[in-house]
Design a protein around this ligand. Structure first.
Ligand code: AMP
Ligand code: ZN
Ligand code: ZN
Length: 408
């Protein structure tokens, strides 16, 4: 063989690993940056997210579902159901039927399928003989409908972010028969920094840069595999972040006796289960208690929340105005005595508040290019994912027309 032919062969061998995924089925990587407010790309350099915006579709902002908290909204994104329909109605939930209480920090509850209604994308995918993988996502640890993602990791907040990215890339390196077509990837940096120091802090700017760096590592990994234009990447967040201060606080036990209720959820929403015979009294005491606190019976919450149906919705639901907090007296005392560090940011307010809006950017063969769309609700994402992955979506709250407008 001539020297030129050898050089050609060597060059071919160099690019061969890149064509290992020649048989790639339509694939989606769903990336969540917890608490990434819609405007964060303007607060610190985020070149990788911006590059995705330039070659894909981006929403003005992503409207979270009530309550704009982590578990309810991550699970809405993968089911297309409002929290009031899928049953993860808060981060902390009481189920009266069983007497059990769900919390994000209780693995035995998080892993019990009884809490998780609807059909998440990974279940639909695997029912239809594809594989799914989860590098963390609320719901992914429970056998929903008897199905776990074929590849998944138990939640571990200390799992290094770059290792999460590398694990996702390794899953894509599997042979076609084992390769997942739907992969989730989750990072908490922006939420943690937002709570600690508030959305306008240097800590949040640093977290934005770090998070964008994880996305960059993923994009470079895909480029090395010649997959950058063949895999669909969807970047979302579950909610935004509002600045809070200790001088905008409603103290709950200034208005009711904590003996009369079980406080299942607090700040900035409240979920109250009044003791027997106390419901009217508690409701009336809170209804006009404070101009910044809005309290509803479960059958009269704002229509836009779609938060009336599920039996796990507390009998009395409340929320304070954007930037306010609702706390127990003893929490406030601990803050004032400097035994507790006050939060700098909070989320969970009415989804109408701009500070609660999240991010949606998607790019890849399935998505329209260089397009900005109006803000839309996160229930609509599910139908788009199902269509790309060619699976039949379970019945859900999304409008297929909104999903279609994102796709090519
Ligand atoms: P939030 O209270 O709504 O701000 O919740 C944010 C926190 O949820 C993050 O700091 C994470 O540590 C935690 N979290 C996120 N995903 C999971 C998960 N799959 N399992 C358990 N905890 C999680
Ligand atoms: Zn969150
Ligand atoms: Zn949070």
């Amino acid at each position: 063989m001539s020297r030129l032919a050898w050089a050609f062969l060597a060059a071919l061998l160099l690019v061969l690993p890149a064509s290992g995924q020649a048989d790639l089925d339509p694939t989606v990587i769903l990336v969540s940056f917890d608490g990434w407010r819609w405007d964060y790309h303007t607060k610190a350099p985020a070149p990788n997210l911006r590059s995705l915006m330039a070659r894909g579709v981006r929403a003005e902002n992503l409207i979270p579902s009530f309550p704009p908290k982590t578990f309810p909204n991550h699970y809405t994104i993968v089911t297309g159901l409002y929290p009031g329909h899928h049953g993860i109605v808060a981060n902390t939930i009481k189920d009266r039927a069983t007497g059990r209480t769900f919390a994000m920090t209780k693995p035995e509850e998080v892993r019990d399928a009884m809490w998780w209604g609807g059909e998440p994308v990974w279940v639909a995918v695997q029912r239809q003989r594809q594989a799914a993988a989860s590098m963390f996502w609320p719901g992914s640890e429970a056998p929903i409908g008897g199905v776990l993602p074929r590849y998944s990791k138990a939640y571990d907040a200390s799992y290094p972010p770059n290792d999460r990215v590398d694990q996702v890339l390794r899953w894509l390196d599997l042979p076609a028969s084992e390769r997942p077509t739907f992969v989730t990837l989750y990072f908490s940096d922006t939420d943690t920094a937002g709570h600690d120091d508030g959305p306008d802090s240097q800590a949040v700017r640093d977290a934005i840069v770090r998070a964008d760096g994880y996305l960059g590592r993923l994009l470079r990994g895909l480029e090395r595999r010649a997959l950058a234009d063949r895999v669909n990447i969807v970047v979302v967040s579950d909610h935004g972040m509002a600045a809070v201060t200790t001088d905008r606080v409603v103290v709950l036990d200034d208005y009711i006796s904590l003996e009369d209720v079980e406080v299942v959820d607090i700040n900035p929403t409240i979920g109250l289960f009044p003791k027997a015979g106390k419901e009217d009294q508690v409701y009336r005491a809170l209804r006009k208690a404070h101009p910044r606190l809005h309290v509803y019976r479960r059958d009269a919450t704002p229509e836009s929340w779609h938060y009336r149906d599920h039996p796990r919705i507390p009998p009395i639901v409340g929320v304070v105005d954007e930037g306010w907090q609702v706390l127990r007296r003893h929490t406030m005392t601990d803050i004032l005595a400097r035994r507790l560090r006050p939060a700098g940011g909070q989320h969970g307010y009415d989804p109408a508040a701009m500070s609660m809006r999240g991010v949606f950017v998607a790019a890849g063969p399935a998505f329209t290019r260089g397009v900005d769309v109006r803000a839309f609700e996160n229930v609509h994402i599910y139908n788009a994912l199902a269509q790309i992955l060619r699976v039949t979506p379970a019945s859900n709250d999304g409008d297929p027309a909104v999903a279609r407008a994102l796709l090519r």
